[in-house]
Design a protein around this ligand. Structure first.
Ligand code: NAP
Length: 244
């Protein structure tokens, strides 16, 4: 395992929300963090500045995680530059809620492509490289929706449950190579993704009585990526205020 200050990190969807908090947390140890974004370059550059202000190095990198070719090119460029990726956090995600009876095929496909196919698109080359390096940390951001299923979110729940299955399977393929693969399943966390949700109703369902903070998710991801977490793999860990 390289020294933390020599580690290379890729966090997808790190321009804002949970991804930004994870990128900042991982950058605190002096790591070099690639901050992936899709549409919002300005916000991604703000994340980079936050990382640099906390003692890390950072570079914003634009690619759409649902596009396999673009992911391959972007990941290959990182591997060509640094020769490795030590830590990968598959975080980018969207929701597009509709009852199943009214859901159209593009609503299904876009959510599955962005939240689940992205895992394969981004991880494939990195996993291959981690196997040769005999080290890696992969954290996939799932959701309570993938654990219990939410009405109006058949597409999102399917994608997030898929991430849990993929995490468990991959962890068993590569555990002997000193690579851990875990899923973090947040509940309701205060980010833009909650916009338009009936928050007063939702808060009543949360045993802690409040939504979570992004730092309450990033702290766990930071631990899972540390040396101390080397015997934790194939797990799904909730950060949900007691909802599940
Ligand atoms: P958010 O604030 O809406 O941020 C989403 C991030 O994903 C943005 O950085 C966005 O980039 C990026 N993104 C979206 N589509 C992308 C694409 N096709 N390619 C690359 N990047 C893309 O959401 P969040 O709440 O932080 O969610 C982060 C993750 O946590 C998601 O996987 C979400 O499903 C999961 N989650 C969130 C909650 C919650 O309550 N917040 C609960 C459970 C799970 P741009 O800004 O550049 O477009």
């Amino acid at each position: 395992m390289s020294k933390e200050s020599e580690q290379i990190v890729l966090v997808t969807g790190a321009s804002r929300g949970i991804g930004r908090a994870i990128a900042v947390e991982l950058g605190k140890k002096g790591r070099f963090v690639y901050v992936n974004f899709h549409t919002n370059e300005k916000a991604a550059l703000e994340t980079c500045t936050m990382i640099e202000n906390n003692g890390g190095q950072a570079k914003a990198v634009q690619f759409d995680v649902s596009d396999a070719d673009l992911c391959e090119k972007a990941v290959q460029a990182i591997l060509d530059t640094h020769g490795k990726v030590d830590i990968l956090v598959n975080n980018a995600g969207i929701r597009n809620d509709k009852l199943m009876a009214w859901m159209q095929e593009p609503d299904w496909k876009n959510v599955l492509d962005t939240n689940l196919a992205s895992f394969f698109n981004v991880s494939k080359l990195i996993v291959k490289d981690m196997i040769t390096k005999r080290f890696g940390r992969i954290v996939n951001i799932s959701s309570t929706a993938g654990q219990v299923g939410n009405p109006g979110q058949v597409n999102y729940s399917a994608a997030k449950a898929g991430i849990i299955g993929a995490t468990k399977a991959l962890s068993k393929e590569i555990a002997k190579r000193n690579i851990t693969v875990n899923a973090v399943a947040p509940g309701f966390i205060d980010t833009q993704i909650l916009e338009g949700m009936p928050m007063d109703q939702i808060k009543k369902m949360i045993p802690c009585g409040r939504v979570g903070k992004v730092e309450e998710v990033s702290a766990l991801v930071g631990f899972l990526c540390s040396k101390k977490a080397s015997y934790i793999t194939g797990q799904v860990i909730g950060v949900n205020g007691g909802v599940v």
